[in-house]
Ligand binder design. Sequence first.
Ligand code: LMR
Length: 322
Amino acid sequence: MARAKIALIGSGQIGGTLALLAGLKELGDIVMTDIIEGVAKGKALDLAQTAAVEGYNAKLSGAGPENYAAIAGADVCIVTAGVPRKPGMSRDDLLGINLKVMEQVGAAIKQHAPNAFVICITNPLDAMVWALRKFTGLPANKVVGMAGVLDSARFSCFLAEAAGVSIEDVRALTLGGHGDDMVPLVRYSTIGGVPLPDCVKLGFFSQEQLDAMIKRTRGGGGEIVALLGTGSAFYAPAASAISMAESYLRDKKRMLPCAAHLDGEYGIKDTYVGVSAIIGAGGIEKIVELALDENEKAMFDKSVASVQSLIDACKKISPALA
Ligand code: LMR
């Protein structure tokens, strides 16, 4: 069977980590691209040499600026191209500059890789994946945003630490937009199968500690931006996107929280926002609409409204999107 082709559009910190993880998991051959001359080629060469130590079978190559033809026929495209925020900025501040990048990248995918499963990581995530889908013209089930896996991973990490249990036994779930009003769902998050409200009753942590972890999860990206000083998180975002790519390429049918196109689910039309979805060989094969209580629904709706105002801003900037 021919190896899959994975195109990484953007080869910064996340792109390099994506390539390493895709290589270690032997997901396929990897083509890296970047707008800065030498970056993609240099990282691909470095990672090809890493294969000699780690023993993974993957062909790695890098393409220079403007050479989007290198992504031709890709089975998966992972888009990290664009600008990360700096300390003091919100993700939304990146909308104007990254929208232009999505336009170029979307045109390249449309021309060279129209059959790919496309995973977007560029911020502000939900609005950028919405715009990228429009620019590619691809079916909605083939274009998805990486955020829910990352936000849920952050929540899981804090829960495991506070409860003093293995991360393997924590299953956290976060829906909504990838912004400060994302919706960590405590009723749907478990430790060893026990929902979080019961974990509080069992004394794993107090309600105040749980509230603090929810707040920390919402600000999880900003916490790392402030610590790093230059740039944003890259290990967990890359691992999250690779879990989605793997589910697609290996038809694992994992149910993962991701920014998916809603067309009536939750009563929402033509919006990308974080929901639970099953990813398999058919792309987004099913959006799983969870029963939300009044409070959860109110938080979800608020988060959706924030995303929709960013989508409206995209439409104003780029008439092609209106
Ligand atoms: C993250 O959550 O780590 C990313 O969205 C990057 C950022 O700016 O927070």
